[in-house]
Design a protein around this ligand. Structure first.
Ligand SMILES: Nc1ncnc2c1ncn2[C@@H]1O[C@H](COP(=O)(O)OP(=O)(O)OP(=O)(O)O)[C@@H](O)[C@H]1O
Ligand SMILES: [Mg+2]
Length: 540
């Protein structure tokens, strides 16, 4: 159990939350939701003690251990896989490090000897000797084979990375598990694995996610960060969503009598209780739903950014010709003779399981990586703008204010007013535009990267997983902006609806060559013959 009393956090003028009082109980899975920048990651950091709240306190039941999966999946790039997992048990890892450092000493003193003995004691109390094999078993269970255990994290694919970080969080069976956007970078199979895992996890889970489907699957409760408060609702995401819509409607309909509203609310609750997906959910919901009152339910204050890409010049006929590109990374051939020609109005989605291949291809086309073989030629009328999957280089340790950050990418003569207006449309208004680039939340960083792309007025966009980290309102705005975009694009995404509504052509990079089809994504996945043929290309 973890109890939060009178916790408040404020940055500058912006109050994230004030006087939050909550209790998180074992056996429940809490979905922490809220707009980008609402304060979800910050709240998890307060719970884990990584940052102090400005008032109030957080109490963990005595003897209980808490573990975290952070939002940044690139934090351990230079660590070994197995080592990364061991780091999940902080205390144990500290003892091991200190112990190893003593044994490395050339002049081993008597005091060192005593300290080493002390550490050995602590180490075996925490089952230190089994730690490595436990970690290896955990990794294998998650599908990370032994051949990968001694590699560096930077050598793994996105979903392998998340699995290792999950193993890190799960290592030592924590009593409270905090997960910040765990499904980012995971493929469908891995997401299903995680859903299943969380449904059966007996302890307390608090998980941040923008993925509706995932939240509905795993959550027994929803904790919504909005209006400077955090409010817990019993039930899954759909229940929260429907009830906040209902609240908005009721708020508009002021003439209605209170009794009528209460009746409507009860009918709504009854309807929802009937189709609960899980028994655990159903019982706890039934118990608590009765006590929901009209005042508990509030409409949401989420907003849509304005996203529109306008190409500066028309594209000619020649866009991009890719001929025989091959690339081997760490001994694995990930691109093998890839060739295709991009036509005017092409919006090509790169699909398939190998994310590293897609990312490498984009990096090659942007001149950030050399191919081993092959060539590519951009048409003279094209200008490209690139959204990389890992944007940390643009933000880490960056002390510029958002206005100055954006100025780097704007035409020289643009005024402060223009930049401020632009940031305002991207939901950074007033003092928000003056905060430092380094403090941005995951979704806010993505909004900034998209702003940079909009300012470029490029006629070809290359986007590598642009919906990761975005809240639903921003995904919708981006989705609509890209449907309307008059230029051409290459992109990778795991979001079915996003791909289906944008792409008119699909390219899948398989171990035995590429599949290249001009059709919608729905047609592509529903064509059984085609899917069987593609499967064979993976089975070589
Ligand atoms: N040190 C800081 N100084 C000023 N503002 C900060 C600081 N740290 C965080 N913020 C701001 O606090 C807000 C909450 O950030 P947080 O990372 O908790 O958001 P989030 O809810 O996790 O969003 P996302 O869904 O985008 O990950 C953001 O607007 C962020 O820019
Ligand atoms: Mg966050």
């Amino acid at each position: 159990m973890i109890t939060v009393s009178n916790v408040s956090i404020q940055f500058g003028d912006k109050k994230l939350f004030e006087d939050v009082n909550l209790q998180f109980n074992p056996g429940n899975c809490y979905g922490l939701i809220g707009a980008n920048g609402a304060g979800k990651s910050t709240f998890l950091k307060v719970l884990s003690g990584e940052i102090d709240s400005q008032s109030g306190h957080v109490a963990l039941a005595p003897g209980k251990r808490l573990a975290v999966l952070k939002q940044d999946h690139f934090a351990y790039e230079e660590q070994q896989v197995l080592e990364t997992v061991l780091m999940g048990h902080e205390e144990l890892y500290k003892v091991k490090e200190e112990k190893d450092a003593i044994y490395m000493k050339a002049d081993f003193s008597e005091a060192d000897g005593m300290r080493a003995a002390e550490l050995e004691g602590l180490f075996s109390e925490m089952n230190g000797w089994e730690a490595e094999s436990d970690a290896a078993i955990l990794l294998k269970g998650l599908g990370i084979e032994e051949s990968l255990h001694l590699l560096n994290m930077s050598e793994l694919t996105g979903d392998q990375k998340v699995k290792v970080l999950l193993a890190q969080a799960l290592f030592g069976n924590p009593d409270i598990l905090l997960l910040d956007e765990p499904t980012n970078g995971l493929d469908i199979q891995a997401i299903q694995w995680l859903e299943n895992f969380l449904i059966h996890f007996e302890n307390t889970v608090i998980v941040v996610s923008h993925d509706r489907h995932f939240l509905n699957k795993v959550c027994t409760h929803i904790a919504d960060v909005d209006f400077g408060k955090i409010q817990i609702y019993v039930g899954n995401y759909d229940f929260w969503y429907e009830s906040s819509q209902l609240a908005a409607q009721m708020a508009q309909d002021e003439n209605k009598k209170k009794e009528e509203k209460i009746k409507e609310l009860q009918a709504f609750i009854a309807r929802f209780s009937a189709n609960a997906a899980r028994s655990r959910q159903a019982t706890s919901r039934r118990k608590l739903l009765d006590s929901i009152t009209l005042d508990d339910i509030r409409p949401s204050s989420r907003r849509y950014p304005y996203i529109a890409f306008t190409p500066e010049r028309e594209i000619g006929k020649d866009l991009l010709r890719v001929e025989g590109i091959s690339k081997t990374i760490d001994g694995v051939k990930i691109l093998d003779q890839v060739s295709f020609t991009m036509h005017k109005d092409d919006k090509i989605a790169f699909v398939g399981t190998n994310d590293i291949a897609k990312t490498a291809l984009f990096q090659i086309l942007m001149g950030e990586m050399e191919p081993d073989e092959g060539t590519y030629t951009w048409g003279v009328t094209t200008s490209q703008s690139y959204f990389p999957k890992d944007n940390s280089a643009f933000f880490e340790g960056n002390e510029l204010t958002l206005v100055d950050w954006l100025r780097q990418f704007a035409p020289e003569d643009e005024t402060e007013t223009f930049l401020r207006g632009f940031l305002g449309r991207m939901l950074f208004s007033g003092e928000e535009a003056l905060k430092k680039a380094s403090v941005l939340s995951g979704g806010e960083k993505v909004r900034c990267m998209l702003s940079k792309m909009m300012l470029s007025n490029a006629n070809v966009l290359i986007l590598d997983e642009p919906t990761n980290h975005l809240d639903l309102e921003s995904i919708t705005a981006l989705n609509n902006g890209l449907i309307k975009f008059k230029g051409s694009m290459l992109f990778a995404s795991h979001d079915h609806q996003f791909i289906n509504s944008i792409a008119n052509r699909l390219i899948e990079i398989t171990p035995s060559g590429i599949v290249d089809k001009e059709m919608s994504y729905n047609e592509y996945v529903q064509d059984q013959k085609l899917q069987q043929d593609i499967q064979k290309m993976y089975d070589v």
